[in-house]
Design a binder for this molecule. Structure first.
Ligand code: DAU
Length: 320
């Protein structure tokens, strides 16, 4: 966004919980068009004073507790960040007046599709039908966003994306977890039989879709983002092993995730027809680029694995 819109000022509000990593922002911290603020979107005092000071015109809510397994372990924080955080942000948007509030949501709000019906896809009209505390919290937030549109006429849009992958992804998600573990010759834990299907979306394609929606999408509308890059988990893991030249014997089948969704698959016709968006990166190309990125940026993920990334914020801010 900074490269594309040289006149924009971008403010990043992030609580820097376990998956937040200031090293990801190191290239832009000195850019005068960029500002970082450490804070929780559910903290009304911080959010309102930031809006008072900066008067943003477009607000994109990327902030979320996003990991399904963690939501099974401890649901509460998911409700606080994903639902209350969205409410606080939207109340600030109402008070200070914004041109657009965009909610980054997920295809998980639709539940899952059966494995034996490859003809079925999620459209924006698919009923909400959630499986995990995580997806239930995201669906709740989506309903709240649509309620603010109807009741308060807040100019909102929602996007529901499929599984993201690419550079800078925290190595708890399938692809970076498998890359970093394979590089260390550690066992690769595949849940259940590995036949679950995900529709993989390269992160820059997700970003280009959000860019289009916030500038050209219609208020009050939901847009699905994804596009026919479906793979079983086993196919993904085997591709990673092949590219890294590591043996398949690293694959270890472990206990299945409770309530594990079988298949996600997006029908992107609406965003394609209305805004001309299609994903530019096919999975075979995107996975190679991603693996190369993790090979070229070992310090970034090694600092996560050894915990050093948690010191980076203090280091950066004590220098200034
Ligand atoms: O579809 C969008 C969603 O994609 C986002 O809304 C979520 O925030 C994001 O976490 C992701 O959810 P998934 O549960 O699909 O992603 P995850 O990377 O955790 O798992 C992908 C698949 O791989 C899933 O079927 C579970 C499986 N898996 C995952 C891990 C971490 C394994 O077999 N082994 C693992 O160690």
């Amino acid at each position: 966004m900074l490269k594309q819109y040289t006149e924009y000022k971008i403010i990043c509000l992030d609580a820097l919980t376990y998956a937040g990593n200031m090293e990801t922002l190191s290239d832009v911290l000195d850019n005068p068009q960029f500002m970082f603020v450490k804070g929780d979107i559910a903290d009304q005092v911080i959010v309102f004073s930031l809006f008072e000071q900066e008067k943003p015109d477009i607000v994109v809510n990327f902030a979320a507790e996003s990991h399904v397994d963690r939501s099974i372990d401890n649901p509460r924080i998911f409700l606080e960040t994903n639902i209350i955080g969205t409410q606080v942000l939207m109340d600030a948007c109402r008070k200070y007046g914004i041109k657009r509030f965009h909610q980054v949501s997920t295809d998980e709000v639709y539940g899952d599709l059966p494995l034996d019906r490859p003809d079925l896809f999620f459209t924006e009209d698919t009923p909400l039908h959630t499986s995990s505390p995580y997806s239930a919290s995201k669906a709740s937030a989506d309903l709240l966003v649509l309620a603010y549109y109807r009741t308060f006429k807040l100019p909102v849009t929602i996007s529901r994306c499929s599984n993201n992958y690419g550079p800078y992804q925290f190595p708890e998600k399938l692809i970076p977890l498998m890359i970093t573990r394979a590089l260390a010759d550690q066992p690769l834990p595949v849940y259940g039989n590995g036949e679950n299907v995900r529709d993989w979306l390269y992160v820059e394609d997700h970003c280009s879709a959000i860019d289009l929606i916030i500038h050209k999408g219609r208020e009050g509308e939901v847009y699905n983002i994804g596009g026919h890059n479906e793979k079983t988990n086993l196919e993904v893991v085997k591709t990673i092993l092949r590219v890294l030249n590591k043996p398949e014997s690293l694959i270890t089948y472990v206990k299945d995730r409770p309530g594990h969704d079988l298949r996600y698959a997006i029908d992107p016709s609406k965003i394609h027809n209305e805004l001309g968006w299609l994903p530019a990166t096919k999975f075979d190309e995107g996975i190679k680029k991603t693996i190369e990125w993790y090979l070229d940026n070992k310090p970034w993920w090694e600092h996560i694995v050894n915990g050093e990334y948690r010191d980076y914020y203090d280091k950066m801010y004590s220098i200034k």
